[in-house]
Design a protein around this ligand. Structure first.
Ligand SMILES: Nc1ncnc2c1ncn2[C@@H]1O[C@H](COP(=O)(O)OP(=O)(O)OP(=O)(O)O)[C@@H](O)[C@H]1O
Length: 634
């Protein structure tokens, strides 16, 4: 790490390091009360302690020696109110000296920068913490000094890490007698205004509120409980570490679900949907999953990793087991299998038939619960779609066998402009003679709505889906259609709108077909290879021209995305002219004059501009336009 340059070696056993710059920035924000709610530091330390226990529980499956003589996984909170001191002690995996240096001096997570940026904008970063792996540092919200003593499982040396959170931390070797038998002890010397956090009542309240369903039992050890002479140490259990997902639904309260969701998902919003059930039959497993209401910060990370934790008979196995397909990566929660072997390696998890069957079952359930919600609670469902629709649509492309289910869930903005529409709604409102589902791709709703391609559709009252997510360009090409109606781009192929009546009932008043056809040929001659064809079109109503893609191949926007990515040039488009447009009609009548050449270049340039592109040759375009304006105004 370059930011560790300032390392100053004292003795080999003791060394001082500077925090990575990002950590210092984070600590500064922590200390300066970014979080209105300081209670959460305890939740973060407990969560780390529980993770450490679960990691060791997993390792011990293949290396039972690691927990020989171990008295059962436990988190102990030691409270010394008189001294203003609080410790969180676990008998989990522990950390080596190097691990302490790496884990507690840097921020490895890529999301942290995003976190810091978002934090700078928001006053209350509470909803963001935990998603970003900044948990441990929250101890400095309440402590002026933090000491971490740790002994890595299977090791017979122990180390300490201390810091006042002001730029540096110290690492040192310590006597085994001072360290926990196994695991980690994090001790906080509380700030003068935070000593309440060492009081039994406060700790109990926070644990109940935030950590009641952490899957490792939590005890409190009160030092010097009672008054005066009678003061003595007391230990009692606060939570039993029972897995919430194993309880029957009827025995779980809503706030228990919420607390568990927070712990397991690192999300502190209210889940929109909770899915809790036990599957029996060929495979037995328990499922407790949540649909968040807030978009997780890493939703569009390129690795598209899921965050559903896999357990096997209550033993935590992996949090990246890819149980669910990537297009359900917004789901949070736990799947606990009764059938998988406990010592399953991470490699074996891939393509494991039992896990595949579980994945299929769980995916079915999620999709059907979402469909029910879409049916019965349209408003709440609209929020789910708003947050995660773009991710679900990836499934339309990646999972053809799920397409029908996903089409039921998909919602669209359309030219009707009255909120979300389903494909079922769309098909129910087809116009007479309409045989396709029309769509327009673009960067934003406004940009698409302004496109000339839509004119002929608007004039006929035809509804057009406005597809503005990048993924739309991909699924809509491969999807065959919905309810027997193909998807058809408004900017590709011939529009075939002549069979559909205009809204205002006016007959089409076109120039004599022969003139327009001949004019189109003349334009093609001037434009040469720049266009595949020039033709009259029913697609346009008020604009004179537009560009469309040929029938076969990619839609113009998709091609643009692909061509830009691969540095290729695009297929020559078709230039469509509007036979009802004044300008086209009068030009068609003046064929054979030199006006046609200028007109061809200017019309083509104009069509490109309407697509948000520059004319092929801006100088030539400007010169021709100048000439024309001089004629008109000169
Ligand atoms: N009690 C502990 N035992 C073992 N390792 C720990 C303990 N506390 C922290 N660590 C190590 O320090 C790392 C950093 O902890 P921190 O709380 O900052 O982030 P995190 O736990 O990785 O992220 P998140 O808070 O999102 O779960 C952890 O990933 C873990 O490797």
């Amino acid at each position: 790490m370059t930011t560790m340059d300032e390392t100053k070696h004292e003795t080999p056993a003791q060394e001082t390091h500077a925090f990575e710059a990002e950590v210092s920035r984070l600590l500064h924000l922590m200390v300066h009360a970014v979080y209105s709610n300081k209670d959460i530091f305890l939740r973060e330390l407990i969560s780390n302690a529980a993770d450490a226990c679960e990691k060791l529980r997993y390792l011990a499956v293949s290396e039972p020696g690691l927990i020989e003589g171990h008295e059962g996984f436990r988190i102990t909170i030691e409270a010394d109110a008189k001294a203003g001191r609080l410790s969180v002690i676990d008998n989990g995996i522990g950390m080596s000296r190097d691990e302490m240096k790496d884990n507690l001096g840097t921020i490895a997570r890529s999301g942290t920068k995003a976190f810091l940026d978002q934090l700078a904008e928001k006053k209350d970063g509470q909803a963001l913490i935990g998603q970003f792996g900044v948990g441990f540092y929250s101890a400095f919200m309440v402590a002026d000094k933090v000491r971490v003593v740790s002994r890595k499982a299977g090791s017979d040396v122990a180390h300490e890490w201390t810091s006042d959170g002001k730029g540096t931390f110290h690492l040192g070797d310590i006597d085994l007698a001072e360290a926990p038998v196994a695991g980690t002890r994090v001790t906080l010397e509380l700030m003068d205004d935070a000593t309440a956090f060492a009081e039994e009542g406060t700790i109990e309240r926070i644990v109940r509120e935030y950590s009641a369903h952490v899957p490792v039992p939590i005890s409190i050890h009160v030092i010097g409980a009672g008054d005066g002479e009678d003061a003595k140490d007391e230990t009692r259990e606060l939570t039993d570490g029972a897995a919430l997902w194993m309880k029957p639904k009827s025995a779980v309260k809503p706030e228990e679900y919420k607390e568990f969701y927070g712990n397991v998902g690192g999300m502190w919003d209210d889940p929109t949907l909770t899915i809790h059930y036990r599957a029996e039959g060929r495979h037995e497993y328990s499922v407790l999953l949540f649909v968040p209401s807030m978009k997780p910060f890493d939703l569009f990370d390129p690795d598209r990793r899921g965050r559903v934790k896999l357990y096997v008979r209550r033993v935590f196995i992996a949090d990246d087991a890819e149980i669910l397909p990537a297009w359900l990566r917004f789901m949070r929660g736990v799947v606990d299998s009764e059938d998988l072997p406990l010592n399953i390696s991470r490699e074996m998890l891939q393509q494991n038939p039992v896990l595949e069957a579980i994945a299929k079952g769980v995916t079915n359930r999620i999709l059907s619960d979402l469909a029910k919600m879409a049916e019965n609670e349209a408003e709440t469902y609209a929020k789910v779609w708003e947050a995660f629709g773009a991710v679900l649509k990836e499934g339309l492309y990646e999972a053809p066998d799920r397409r029908d289910d996903l089409f039921k869930l998909a919602r669209f903005h359309t030219t009707r402009g009255d909120g979300w529409r389903s494909l079922k709604d769309y098909v129910a409102d087809l116009k007479e003679n309409q045989t396709a589902i029309y769509y327009a791709l673009g960067e934003s709703k406004d940009a698409v709505l302004a496109s000339p391609h839509l004119e002929g559709y608007k004039a006929r009252g035809l509804e057009v889906l406005l597809l503005t997510d990048p993924v739309d360009a991909f699924w809509v090409r491969t999807a065959l259609g919905y309810d027997g109606k193909p998807f058809k781009s408004v900017s590709q192929g011939s529009a075939d709108l002549d069979q559909i009546a205009l809204e205002d009932g006016k007959d089409e008043d076109t120039a004599p077909a022969a003139d327009v056809a001949a004019f189109a040929l003349a334009l093609k001659e001037v434009l040469g290879d720049r266009v595949t064809e020039v033709r009259a079109s029913s697609r346009l109503a008020t604009s004179a021209v537009c560009l469309v893609a040929p029938d076969y191949g990619l839609d113009r926007r998709t091609e643009k995305l692909v061509a830009r990515g691969e540095g290729q040039s695009m297929t020559a488009p078709i230039l469509e002219i509007n036979p009802r447009h004044e300008l086209i009609r009068s030009l068609a009548e003046r064929q054979g004059t030199d006006a046609v050449e200028d007109a061809a270049h200017l019309l083509y340039g104009q069509a490109r501009i309407l697509e948000g592109e520059a004319p092929d040759d801006p100088n030539d375009f400007a010169a021709r336009l100048d000439r024309l304006m001089q004629k008109a105004f000169g």
